[in-house]
Design a protein around this ligand. Structure first.
Ligand code: ATP
Ligand code: MG
Length: 234
């Protein structure tokens, strides 16, 4: 299933923070949105998930216009998000947090058991409260909660935020097997080198506008740096 965003603009009150952004992600692709703090990356992702109504533009899943659908109607259509900061319920257990994602889930390969196979430490800690987990473990639960909905389009917001490099590598190592199942991934990442490593397409946002995009192999580090910080040379 493909995600397409056409000319999406999103406001916070009087302030426009996303300006006519367009993108497309197909199964097996990883589309990375990069950009500095405040560039509008999370706002864009939240608007795609239906958590923030856009001012104009369209969100389409396989050519079906879902721009006006509430988030809970997008989940059964195949859209799931791992939000910035994980957003687990701290007083619920690991298992209960995972089952939150199963609400309105589509049928598919991901079940509680499959999530427990993916993260080997999880089964024996399923009854622990989320608040007692490390940051990396919480991120794993947030990923499991999204996968259990059996999405065909997965939105990932700052997977690496606040995590040790080794943990980030472990989480990103999951991507290839997900992609082989035909998932399309749209990810937001502040760690540019990580984004460039995993992405099939990179799109740089600066103050809510696309300043650069392309296949990682076609972009130079200087171009990316300039687009990221809004520098112009010469
Ligand atoms: N709830 C809100 N109310 C008002 N303004 C907001 C709100 N959330 C974000 N903003 C503003 O919108 C702009 C974009 O914020 P957003 O969180 O989308 O950026 P971001 O690229 O995800 O940044 P970061 O890398 O820090 O997560 C910023 O100027 C921010 O201050
Ligand atoms: Mg953000």
């Amino acid at each position: 299933m493909s995600l397409r965003v056409e000319g999406l603009s999103v406001d916070h009150g009087q302030l426009r923070v996303v300006h006519e952004v367009s993108l497309a992600v197909s199964p097996g692709e990883v589309h990375a949105i990069i950009g500095a703090n405040g560039a509008g990356k999370s706002t864009l992702l939240r608007a795609i998930a239906g958590l923030h109504p856009p001012a104009s533009g369209k969100v389409l899943l396989d050519d079906v216009d879902i721009t006006r659908e509430p988030p809970e109607r997008r989940v059964p259509r195949g859209l799931a998000m791992v939000p910035e900061g994980r957003r687990l319920f701290p007083s619920l257990t690991v298992r209960e947090n995972l089952l939150v994602g199963a609400h309105k889930a589509r049928p598919g390969p991901w079940t509680l058991e499959k999530i427990y196979e993916l993260f080997a430490w999880m089964p024996e800690r399923r009854d622990q409260k989320a608040a007692q987990l490390s940051g990396g473990e919480q991120q794993a639960v947030a990923i499991g909660r999204a996968l259990i909905a059996n999405p065909s389009v997965l939105l990932l917001d700052e997977l690496s935020l606040g995590l040790a490099p080794i943990v980030v590598s472990q989480l990103y190592a999951l991507l290839p097997s997900l992609l082989r199942t035909g998932i399309a991934v749209l990810l937001v990442e502040q760690d540019v080198s990580q984004a460039v490593r995993v992405a099939t397409w990179v799109q740089c946002l600066l103050e809510g506008r696309t300043t650069l995009e392309g296949r990682p192999s076609d972009l130079t580090p200087d171009q990316i740096l300039a687009a990221y910080f809004g520098l112009t040379y010469g």
